[in-house]
Design a protein around this ligand. Structure first.
Ligand SMILES: *Cc1c(COP(=O)(O)O)cnc(C)c1O
Length: 416
């Protein structure tokens, strides 16, 4: 990896980096509200300017004029495949290994059941205690249903995953590539190999890495992966998720929601289920195509993006933010080494919720994750170095002045 440039120390130095930034022009392709520095693109990505027009076209022309003919004429039927093929390069997959549809939680369910079925002698899913709750809950649902069990080990503590695998009973390992709370980036290749060496399959959750850094599912030997499109990919709130199925499992993987869109010949309307070839068998039923249109417009933008440039800028932005936060005395929960962190910075503070609210009032939008984590996400396509400089100094001011202690900042909203 090329060495990182030094962290810019002044606003002028940041402006110089912006002037030389090879991906600076992408910012103009997003709608960004006046007076806002948006550091929550890891939760809900900003709106690409091309989206409203594409959604309107689907609604008015494809639906309004084309009506049912659009299943053929506008490619509606094939959308899960065509969008999957567009997304595939972002996760290091071949076009036919990715399908877009349903949500991450539902796709986790399908992938976990399929993986357990591929490893019939074993009944344990190895997960991580700090994973995003839905990953833990879906695993509980799957293991309850199949009479299997869940064991947990922390991938950020050296040796813990290897120790858990050594028991020899793990069927499937489910891990997040980037920890949603701390921003820790896991060694996908190494952990996948360790699992395979112990006879286990791996399902990777790439929700917090897709669009934030280059992901190489096929190169790492991953078996399955799931991810959402509404975070760094800017696919819109509740946008369809995706599933990666390694080609070597295409003939044998069987997922449990065997619906007609995953049938080999859906328009035979036959009474018996015959799975389609390939990743298509992970489809179930009709998809929300209006939401898919938003994702389609965003993926067009992504097809012009070099993820290595995104990653290089992301590392500078996160370093910049971190160094100012540290100077203000804040505890940083995100690993320091470039190869061990994703694209957000997590800070810990007992007044975290109120600090985040006070910053939002100043136009700097981050978020809070219980019990004490302040999260700031850095989407390099639409954030400038000067934005991050200003946001970090606003944070330092809020903390140093004690502004956040005003009781109004402690009133909890439903969504944090
Ligand atoms: C965001 C996220 C999800 C979201 O799941 P949904 O089904 O889209 O609500 C799941 N897992 C991880 C790790 C996430 O970061």
């Amino acid at each position: 990896m090329t060495p990182l440039p030094p962290t810019p120390a002044t606003r002028e130095a940041c402006a110089e980096l912006d002037a030389a930034d090879p991906i600076a022009a992408f910012r103009d392709e997003f709608v960004l509200p006046e007076g806002v520095i948006y550091l929550d693109g890891n939760s809900l990505g900003a709106l690409p300017r091309a989206v409203p027009g594409r959604v309107a076209d689907l609604v008015e022309r494809e639906w309004g004029q084309g009506l049912v003919r659009s299943w053929n004429d506008a490619g509606w039927w094939d959308k899960p495949r065509t969008l999957g093929a567009r997304l595939a390069p972002l996760v290091g997959a071949a076009p036919h290994e990715v399908v877009v549809g349903d949500g991450t939680s539902a796709n986790l369910f399908k992938a976990l059941v399929a993986a357990l079925r591929l490893n019939p002698g074993r009944r344990t899913v190895l997960g991580e205690p700090g994973n995003f709750p839905t990953d833990l809950y879906v695993t509980q649902g799957v293991t309850d249903l199949l009479g299997a069990g869940q064991r947990l080990a922390d991938p950020d503590e050296p040796g813990r995953i290897a120790e858990a695998l050594a028991a020899g009973d793990v069927a499937v390992v489910l891990l997040s590539h980037v920890d949603y709370r701390t921003g820790a980036l896991r060694d996908m290749a190494g952990l996948t190999k360790a699992a395979h060496d112990h006879g286990a399959l791996v399902v990777w959750d790439v929700c917090h890495s897709v669009g934030a850094l280059p992901v190489d599912l096929a190169g790492c030997g991953a078996d399955f992966a799931v991810g959402c499109t509404y975070k760094y990919l800017n696919g819109g709130p509740g946008g369809p998720a995706f599933t990666y199925v390694a080609e070597r499992h295409h003939a044998s993987a069987r997922q449990p929601i065997a619906g007609w869109h995953g049938h080999a010949r859906p328009f035979d309307f036959a009474g018996e289920y015959v799975p389609a070839a390939g990743a298509d068998r992970f489809l179930s039923g009709s998809q929300p195509l209006v939401a898919a249109a938003a994702l389609e417009a965003s993926l067009e933008l992504w097809s012009r993006v070099d993820l290595r440039q995104v990653r290089a800028k992301s590392l500078v932005l996160t370093d910049l933010f971190r160094s100012v936060a540290e100077s203000a005395g804040l505890a940083v929960a995100t690993p320091r080494a470039a190869e061990r962190r994703g694209s957000h910075v997590a800070l810990r503070h007992p007044g975290g919720y109120a600090i985040v609210r006070a910053l939002i009032e100043r136009g700097v939008i981050g978020d809070f994750r219980a019990p004490d984590v302040l999260r700031f996400g850095f989407a390099p396509l639409y954030l400038r170095h000067v934005d991050v400089f200003d946001a970090a100094h606003a944070l330092a001011e809020v903390v140093e002045s004690g502004e956040w202690r005003d009781p109004r900042f402690s009133e909890r909203a439903h969504v944090t």
